[in-house]
Design a protein around this ligand. Sequence first.
Ligand code: FES
Length: 387
Amino acid sequence: MSEAIVTTSTNKPTSPTAGPPLWLLAELTYECPLHCPYCSNPVQMTARENECDTETWLNVLTQGREMGAVQLGFSGGEPLLRKDLEVLVKHASDLGFYTNLITSGIGLTEKRIKALKEAGLDHIQLSFQAANADANDLIGNKRHSFSQKLHIAKLIKQYDYPMVLNFCLTAQNIDAIDEVLELSQALKGDFVELATVQYYGWAHLNRDHLLPSKDQLERAESKVNVWREQHNSAGPKFIFVTPDYYETRPKACMNGWGSTFLTVTPDGSALPCHSAKILPLTFPNVKEKSLQEIWHDDFSFNKFRGLDWLPKPCQDCDEKEKDFGGCRCQAYMLTGDMHNTDPVCDKSPHHHLLADIINDKNPSKQPLFYRDPKTEIPIAVLDSITT
Ligand code: FES
């Protein structure tokens, strides 16, 4: 992290040397045809009528590119629900962005996949909820979604997009990792994220049900390693992500706050990470301020930029330039104070909180919630989606 932080006499941190936001994430809508209980979207989602209009998005993309952003993710919710997606992709492509569509595939048709190709879309990430129809459709709470995804995966390859497959793994589906490996191979995924869920948004709400045991994780990872050896690097490249809760060092979340990533949410809020809205900070909005002003001058973006703000024990730690104290959202969710060291770190005085969660053998008394943006009420009490 190279930014120098200067604190002015008004105690407003500024960052005159912050580099550009290289990675721009456009969360076009929180609407989604699926209701996965591990969704990382906020539990309190903004209403659709507050979504940015096409002109606002076009303007944000132009500003981002002028500032030096190079990679652009279209995400959500389900970005395909935006009828202007092709217009936004075309504009981004003309600006020179490398564009990535992060999608469930539901709502994608051959006509649309072709139109997106013509608009200049570079890359598609397709999510699956499991590797068989019953579990997939149950976890996403949508019938026939598995067969639609299989169809879309074939179209993605047919239209010659690089394809990343994403499987979110939880206690419910991780034991069927063999099926996931086989399906990924059959679909000819280029990369496959075996993403054991991280606990933000709806996943945090449902954590007690979703968190796999250490045994489950170790079994799954070892099967992936055996697969890699047997296939000698041929076929998809599998990326196995362990949940932070089982680590002893925190991740360098967002590559450091305000260093690389800029997320714009459906209502135009600009955030240093997709979860930051949960923090007790006020974030700016692209409808009111320029991206330049937001990135360089806004209090929220400068608050945790660089290293000077770091608490103990990070301040004296020789790994601080690797992880920047970890994740602010996780520190807040687990300790109640966003200024604390991420308790994932075993040097944190709060690390025991994770051991308490991992070792809690008491069955959760809370129901498992499907993500439901309209009613935000529990619609299922299913704790045994076995595959
Ligand atoms: Fe917000 Fe890590 S997800 S800082």
